[in-house]
Design a binder for this molecule. Structure first.
Ligand code: ZN
Length: 108
């Protein structure tokens, strides 16, 4: 299992690949493959079989997972794509800290 530096709900910036520069919210993280699904990033066309809801079938677009190493976390405090440091809180919880502005990224 890969330790992910981003998780669901994070805002991330894509740093490589065809969607480089795009910013979006992480919809899903997949620790077993080290991949993330980011809103409106890495859109793929998918052929849909006809179903009762959609009797015509057809083509829909959806986000395909991309490697988590291709995204950087966008700090909610300074709004910059940043690397993260980790620190342990007084309660013993490990939280992420922005390396640019030093603010805590995780609130709890
Ligand atoms: Zn910051």
């Amino acid at each position: 299992m890969t330790k992910m530096h981003v998780k669901k709900g994070d805002t991330v910036k894509v740093i490589s690949g065809k969607d480089r520069g795009k910013v979006g919210e992480v919809k899903r993280s997949i620790p077993s493959t080290g991949r993330v699904v980011v809103e409106k990033v890495n859109m793929m066309k998918k052929a849909m079989r006809p179903t009762q809801q959609n009797p015509q079938g057809g083509i829909s677009t959806m986000e395909a997972p991309l490697d988590a190493s291709n995204v950087m976390l966008v700090c909610p405090s300074c709004n910059e794509a940043t690397r993260v440091a980790h620190k342990r809180t007084e309660a013993g919880k490990l939280i992420r800290v922005c390396k640019k502005c030093g603010k805590d990224i995780d609130t709890e």
